[in-house]
Design a protein around this ligand. Structure first.
Ligand code: SAM
Length: 289
């Protein structure tokens, strides 16, 4: 049976993830061809998944706590919502006892938040990651060079209300019915793609150093794209782009794709958070069909 990407209105964002393509989801889904199966090997927050997640779809990411979180939303939404509610309650009980003039830059208060962050860094897991994402500064997942979650508590907020979180999880749960999630390297995931499948790839920025950049050799990625085309798999690839006056476009060998487009993704969230100059970001999209 062939399927297509559909416009799903009012699906709230589940995760704020670095490099999220949420702002381009509509444009990318409009460009998607009909397909047998949808595959997203660099899932992150799954910005395109909600438009193309038919039963049989496959989402993959190398970051295990993230994939475990996706599995919880699909299989065990109540466990996820309850865990968050209990943690939020603990946090807010402590917040009531805090003299707010003592909240300072030493970043040890609220103790509950920092104890969960420490626990998570010692033993990364989906439930603690979820709590940190709902309560940290601007909800942005950020890691230091050692791979530790290092974002602070959002002092002026009390964390997302459990009722709001529950409604987000329950909006996503039915969309994930029949969707498989795997936690492997993208090459292993792509090996499963066969003729008629559609793959959307959003690897980490090649032009910026990230903790995973070393795992992504451009030549290997190019070879994978070539193999997909040979097998009759349609693919779309987000690959760097333009930020303000800086052109981060990486050269993709011309024989690999048929179209090269730029999609506007608005202003850079990271720059906004850092109060730097507002820059317009345009993401390059390459497609082979
Ligand atoms: C730019 S983000 C994807 C963002 C996603 N499109 C979204 O809208 O949120 C890249 C993702 O690729 C994952 N990743 C990095 N290296 C990988 C690899 N070798 N195999 C699979 N996933 C990888 C990262 O964990 C990250 O979630």
């Amino acid at each position: 049976m062939t399927r297509n990407a559909r416009v799903v209105k009012n699906v709230p964002s589940l995760i704020k993830w670095t490099g999220s393509k949420r702002s381009q989801a509509y444009a990318i889904s409009q460009l998607a061809p009909n397909f047998n199966r949808y595959i997203e090997p660099f899932l992150g927050s799954g910005a395109i998944l909600h438009t193309a997640a038919h039963p049989g779809a496959l989402g993959n990411d190398i970051y295990k706590p993230l994939i475990d979180l996706w599995c919880l939303v699909r299989d065990n939404p109540e466990e996820l919502v309850n865990d968050y509610s209990v943690k939020w309650q603990h946090l807010n009980e402590e917040l009531l006892t805090i003299d707010h003039t003592k909240l300072n830059s030493t970043r040890t208060i609220p103790e509950y938040y920092y104890s969960i962050r420490k626990k998570f860094n010692e033993s990364p897991n989906a439930l603690d990651l979820n709590f940190l994402m709902r309560t940290c500064v601007n909800g942005i997942v950020r890691f230091n060079d050692k791979g530790e979650f290092n974002n602070s508590f959002h002092l002026s907020r009390k964390g997302m209300q459990p009722e709001r979180f529950s409604s987000i999880v329950h909006a996503w749960n039915p969309l994930l019915n029949g969707v498989s999630f795997t936690n492997t390297d993208y090459k292993e995931c792509l090996a499963q793609a066969t003729k008629g499948d559609f793959v959307y790839l959003d690897p980490p920025y090649a032009a910026t150093k990230s903790r995973y950049a070393s795992l992504l050799e451009p030549e290997e990625l190019f070879s994978e794209l070539e193999q997909l085309s040979i097998r009759g798999v349609n693919w779309a690839l987000s690959y760097d782009g333009k930020r303000g006056d800086t052109d981060l476009t990486q050269d993709l060998p011309k024989e690999l794709y048929t179209k090269h487009l730029y999609l506007n993704s608005g202003n850079s969230a990271v720059k906004k958070v850092l109060s730097g100059p507002i820059e317009n970001v345009q993401e390059a999209l390459y497609i082979n069909y």
